[in-house]
Write a protein that binds this ligand. Structure first.
Ligand code: NAD
Length: 464
């Protein structure tokens, strides 16, 4: 269902009327396009040094401004001292150790924020508060989160804000995350906090291939016949992966069409069947020698308020959205014998599809929200499991907000309009926005990103 309001306000007369009436004016977002650079420049990078001019609130030297400037330089992005319309403002706040020094943050952004280009980026780099040296530093670092979430809500014209919390020792593994948040791939992600941990025995950022990050890897995408799953399959294939597209036999024709388009393979089965996990594992081992990326995307809704919800509606949703994910993950991680390694290979990636409903709750969705919140529990528990971490496997979740799909096209007009506008970007997301976030987690460059939930929701007010 096209967003006619967005098209109208993007036109000259529509934009004029909307601004005179004080109506929201969603910016057409700049998304990834072949031939267009991933990151448009210039990017201004600051660390607060000399920013306030007061001496006493000057920050110490941050850990990240220098490596970030070097990274941007290696990507061919210009990093001048000043620019009229910067594509991004990046502030290294890792040198901030007390609340007085937060004024450097204010000083850096206050003088530059209004010059940010349309669809520009604000990126603040900090230290995870729990790793701070003392309580004052922890408070100052936690303050960054409130700052970034508020900036995201103030920004106009499609611009977004992010906080990257980089653990000491992880300075050489920030490239993947920094590139994602600065690039057109994160167009519909804003107000998010991403943590980056050091990677033991992993490759450094130098060895990364940005053109085809998933080249040589095999990815499984469940629920790939249509909607978000079909776009995830396409995006992973564009990034170089061989994709196994899985869906129920009733979706056979659609599934084959997706697989044919991307040169992928199909696997038709119902994930809730008792033998489904074993069949998927056997198929991946036999035809692909294993799997590197698993995207649990298949999901269903059976909405009813609790007093009217039948047991079958509860059971169906939990069975597809949560139990099937648990069972398949277990099957792909277990070693069938001492001689055989698990189907999910070392350096593997698991991505679960949660929902902002699972974070904020939603009327009529007790079953769905419980299943989607359960996925977050699964992700957070398995992220610390030695069975995964010893083999450098990561597991993360995405939590989409209002995404323009057949599912949301069926929502009544008034609720649909509210879903579209009640976020900082004043529009719904596209399936490709979710797919880009999945591709980010799936990439080798995301080795230090584990156990996280990334909302792809334009910074929805729900559960913010
Ligand atoms: P969709 O209904 O268009 O597609 C889901 C696919 O999963 C379908 O092809 C379906 O056949 C498949 N599937 C369902 N049950 C299955 C089973 N038992 N075995 C195998 N395949 C099965 O949905 P969508 O809108 O593309 O959503 C994809 C995922 O994103 C879901 O997990 C959904 O909960 C989540 N999500 C969507 C939105 C949104 O706005 N569309 C928001 C938040 C989260």
């Amino acid at each position: 269902m096209p967003d006619r309001y967005l098209s109208w306000t993007a036109s000259g007369p529509g934009g004029f009327v909307a601004s005179r009436l004080g109506l929201p004016r969603p910016e057409p977002l700049i998304r990834r396009r072949p031939g267009r650079p991933d990151i448009s420049g210039p990017v201004l990078v600051g660390d607060g040094t000399g920013e306030t001019g007061t001496g006493e609130s000057d920050t110490g030297t941050g850990r990240l401004a220098k490596p970030v400037r070097e990274l941007l330089d290696s990507w061919g992005v210009t990093v001048p001292d000043a620019a009229d319309s910067p594509a991004a403002l990046v502030f290294d706040a890792t040198g901030i150790t007390n609340s007085a020094q937060l004024s450097a943050l204010h000083a850096f952004f206050r003088s530059r924020i209004r010059s940010l280009a349309p669809c520009g980026r604000v990126v603040v780099l900090g230290t995870p508060p729990e790793l701070a040296g003392d309580a004052r530093e922890a408070a100052a670092q936690r303050a960054l989160e409130g700052f970034v979430r508020s900036v995201g809500k103030e920004l106009r014209r499609g611009a977004t804000a992010h906080l990257l919390l980089v653990a000491p020792g992880a300075e050489n593994t920030v490239a993947g995350t920094l590139r994602f948040v600065l690039s057109a791939r994160s167009a519909y992600v804003s107000g998010q906090v991403l943590r980056i941990a050091p990677v033991a025995g992993g490759q450094g950022d130098e060895a990364l291939d940005w053109g085809a990050p998933l080249a040589g890897l095999v990815a499984l995408v469940t629920g790939a016949a249509r909607g978000i799953g079909a776009t995830v399959a396409e995006t992973l294939a564009q990034d170089g992966a061989t994709v196994v597209c899985l869906d129920v036999p009733a979706q056979s024709a659609e599934l084959r069409a997706v697989a044919d388009r991307i040169g992928g393979a199909t696997l038709e089965l119902d994930l809730t069947a008792v033998d489904a996990p074993a069949r998927v594992a056997a198929h991946l081992r036999k035809h692909h020698g294993g799997v590197d990326v698993v995207v649990h995307n298949a999901g269903i809704t059976r909405d009813k308020t609790l007093g009217r919800m039948e047991a079958a509606q509860w059971d169906a949703v939990v069975a597809v959205n949560l139990t099937a994910v648990e069972r398949l993950t277990e099957a792909l991680l277990e070693s069938p014998s001492a001689a055989q390694s698990p189907v999910l290979r070392e350096d593997g990636r698991i991505v679960c599809t949660s929902s902002i409903s699972g974070i904020a709750g939603n009327v009529g969705q007790t079953n769905y929200a419980a299943s989607k919140a359960g996925l977050i529990g699964l992700v957070q528990s398995l992220a610390d499991d030695p069975g995964l971490s010893n083999r450098r496997i990561t597991i993360n979740a995405i939590a989409p907000g209002f995404i323009e799909t057949l599912m949301t096209a069926a929502v009544p007009l008034f609720i649909r309009e509210a879903g579209r506008r009640l976020n900082s970007l004043k529009q719904g997301g596209q399936p490709v926005d979710v797919a880009e976030a999945v591709a980010f987690f799936a990439a080798p460059a995301s080795a230090g990103v584990n156990g996280q939930v990334l909302r792809v929701c334009g910074q929805a007010l729900l559960g913010a």
